[in-house]
Ligand binder design. Structure first.
Ligand code: FPP
Length: 260
């Protein structure tokens, strides 16, 4: 249905120079989490159906990962499908699943060429078999890549993530492989889907809503939050740079004091 879009991407999206003015390249956030919101409203504003917006949103993600890689960001976590998104009409859910599946097939070469490592967070339960296969394939094909990590949240919910961690720790405690007093933040984090990744320094939410929407609840404890009214399909490299400039203007205290 949307095959052409992906096949023509390389010709339709030439790399453009990024305007890095005002950016301190020594203080780039390591990990940026993105809630890719506003696809449906973007499509509606153009008299199109919602799924058209998701398709455009997938293109935006590619563009932003490329830009993020260029400026030295190490991890992009992108919220592609939440545990709550199953409540949407079945046609929309099916479209997103098909989009993901095609994305993972069509982008594999680009991931390999650009040294992108693909990871997933979320529960595999309930996902179509074909999507699970494509996910496993993308992970296997890119696991040794050492460049930017694209961490896609699919069937992800922060509360569900914490709950599955608690259950697994409880089982390990009952089995005697860990003592209750040994459960520190660091130990707990090993039970989260994001094991091995640094916590996000910056959370970006386009689309105008000021919510966390169950994304990375544990991990964003000290993330700086940057929002914009721009809908995700219209989110550009310049918006990414704006968010980074804002991040660099913030005073991060992590609960402590900063001496001036
Ligand atoms: C939120 O916009 C977006 C989603 C629930 C899905 C995000 C999916 C994509 C960007 C495309 C799939 C991703 C990949 C990697 C292929 P919304 O539908 O809630 O928009 P609205 O708030 O305007 O209704």
């Amino acid at each position: 249905m949307f095959k052409g879009l992906f096949q023509t991407r390389k010709n339709t999206m030439p790399d453009t120079a990024l305007d890095l003015s005002g950016i301190d390249l020594n203080n780039i956030p390591q990990h940026i989490a993105i809630i890719m919101d506003g696809n449906g409203r973007w499509a509606k504003a153009q008299g199109k159906i919602r799924t058209y917006g998701h398709q455009a949103g997938a293109e935006t993600l590619k563009k932003i990962v490329r830009a993020a890689d260029k400026i030295g960001i190490k991890v992009i976590s992108a919220y592609a499908f939440s545990t709550e998104n199953w409540k949407r009409p079945v046609t929309e859910v099916n479209f997103i699943m098909e989009l993901l599946s095609r994305y993972l097939t069509n982008e594999i070469d680009e991931f390999k060429e650009n040294n992108v490592q693909v990871r997933f967070i979320g529960s595999q339960e309930g996902l179509p078999e074909i999507v699970r296969q494509k996910m496993a394939h993308a992970v296997a094909e890119t696991k040794d890549n050492t460049g930017i990590i694209l961490n896609l949240a699919i069937n992800y919910g922060g509360q569900a993530e914490i709950l599955q961690a608690v259950k697994r720790i409880a089982r390990d405690t009952a089995a005697g492989s860990i003592a209750v007093d040994e459960i520190t933040n660091e130990v707990f984090e090993r039970y989260l889907y994001t094991d091995g990744l640094p916590a996000p320094d910056l959370l970006i939410r386009p689309g105008g809503d000021l919510r966390i929407s169950n994304f990375l609840l544990w991990q964003i404890a000290y993330a700086e939050i940057w929002t914009t009214d721009v809908y995700w399909p219209d989110f550009s490299e310049e918006h990414l740079l704006q968010a980074i400039r804002a991040f660099q203007g913030r005073e991060r205290r992590f609960g402590g004091l900063v001496n001036k």
